[in-house]
Write a protein that binds this ligand. Sequence first.
Ligand SMILES: Nc1ncnc2c1ncn2[C@@H]1O[C@H](COP(=O)(O)OP(=O)(O)O)[C@@H](O)[C@H]1O
Ligand SMILES: [Mg+2]
Length: 248
Amino acid sequence: MTLAVEHATKRFEGLVAVSDVSFELRSGETLGLIGPNGSGKTTLFNLISGVFPPDSGRITLEGRELTARPPYAIARAGIGRTHQIVQPLTDLSVRDNVAVGACFGRRNLPLARAYEVADRVLEEVALVPKRHLSAGKLNIAEKKRLELARALAGEPLVLLLDEVLAGLNPTEVGAMLDVIRAVHRRGIDVIMVEHIMQAIMNLCDRIVVLESGRVIAQGSGPEVANDPRVITAYLGDPKLVAHLRGQG
Ligand SMILES: Nc1ncnc2c1ncn2[C@@H]1O[C@H](COP(=O)(O)OP(=O)(O)O)[C@@H](O)[C@H]1O
Ligand SMILES: [Mg+2]
């Protein structure tokens, strides 16, 4: 599925959070979206998933217009997303949370079918043993996997992952990366926002770099890691520069 963002701009009062951003997610790809804090990554996901419309610009999936359509319509067109700040329905069971995700993704889905989808997805993210717990009782790694499960239950063609590795320990990161790889292997294209550069470099075919709402570079891992503009954007953070260059 080709997801195209063309000249998207979004302002918040005086601030231009996303400024004339254009890029494509091509069929079969995992695309990394990186940039310093506040560079507009989450806002871009919000534009694509319909949380709010862009002030200008277009978003299309296989040429189908998604711009400014409501979130449920965009989900049903095939875009799934996770939230950087996980948002489970804390009093509902893990399984119910995932079934809600299934219903959001499809119109008039019978409840029995929603639970079938939920059970399949819970297996995929290894949450079956926790399925009857209240979502609020999960630890952070489990909440991140639940967030992914809710998005997957909508049976997306394209998945937007917003910092699904944040707050996880190295073992949990490894487990999550395995899940993402498996999801991609079964044909779901992925855009991932992530600060763990090794993960981005390992998983992504191409990387788009944002700074202050603008695309400052895009290309393969080595291409962006050696781009002087990218290095300058990250200069405040030498650790990140080292990671980008593969020494971290
Ligand atoms: N709903 C909002 N209202 C006002 N300002 C916002 C809102 N969402 C994001 N911003 C601002 O837009 C900029 C980009 O934020 P964000 O997209 O969250 O960046 P990132 O995900 O790259 O850290 C930041 O300056 C942020 O404070
Ligand atoms: Mg963010």
